[in-house]
Ligand binder design. Sequence first.
Ligand SMILES: CC(=O)SCCNC(=O)CCNC(=O)[C@H](O)C(C)(C)COP(=O)(O)OP(=O)(O)OC[C@H]1O[C@@H](n2cnc3c(N)ncnc32)[C@H](O)[C@@H]1OP(=O)(O)O
Length: 194
Amino acid sequence: MNIKKRMTLHFEEGLKFIGNCLPMSLGMLWRRFLYGFFLQQSGSKLRVGSAVSIQGLKNIILGNNVSFNRFSSLYASRGEINLGNNVFLGDFSSINANDAHVKIGSNVAIGPMTIIQGANHNFQRHDIPIVDQGHIESRVEIADDVWIGAKSVILPGVKIGTGAVVGAGSIVTKDVPDFAIVAGVPAKIIKMRK
Ligand SMILES: CC(=O)SCCNC(=O)CCNC(=O)[C@H](O)C(C)(C)COP(=O)(O)OP(=O)(O)OC[C@H]1O[C@@H](n2cnc3c(N)ncnc32)[C@H](O)[C@@H]1OP(=O)(O)O
């Protein structure tokens, strides 16, 4: 990493630290200003809870009325996260788009402790440690009007269709059709929304 990039990173981290030290509503205002300034694109009414961690601000595009609850995280240092309008990310949830793209439509609610994973480790070779083999990017797409229950995992390459519901604690390994309700490990269709 060159010195300019490193300085920018330290600067951003410093500003985030100030935000986390401020009392609740002041901290919220500070974070809204801070992220609004550094994000590639941010709509109105952004809400960022305390101890939210966001990396790769210049690779993140947000619509209007987006909320990140406490302790949630977004990683996009080497990828892209694109969120529509009215998107809610619950406490302790994370969107990992390092070396990947994660696209989420509008009116999407993501329950607490959910993980959306945009890339896998490459693990085919035996002669190199897995951590040194890099990642395989696999785009994740979540359409409009989707509700993802608490503690779910959305694996790389998955597309979740319009109006779908993911039950709490599911591991979604395959695409989910429009208006399907899926649940379980691995997630299977339990019914369709009427
Ligand atoms: C921003 C926020 O969203 S915060 C709030 C977060 N909220 C949650 O995490 C709650 C998520 N809700 C669920 O998981 C619900 O179970 C739903 C929405 C997926 C399904 O609800 P319903 O349509 O009422 O399903 P219903 O209770 O009729 O269950 C149908 C079948 O699926 C099973 N099932 C339901 N949910 C799950 C689940 N999460 N995991 C595994 N199986 C499930 C039921 O046991 C039942 O099986 P059976 O037919 O063999 O008895």
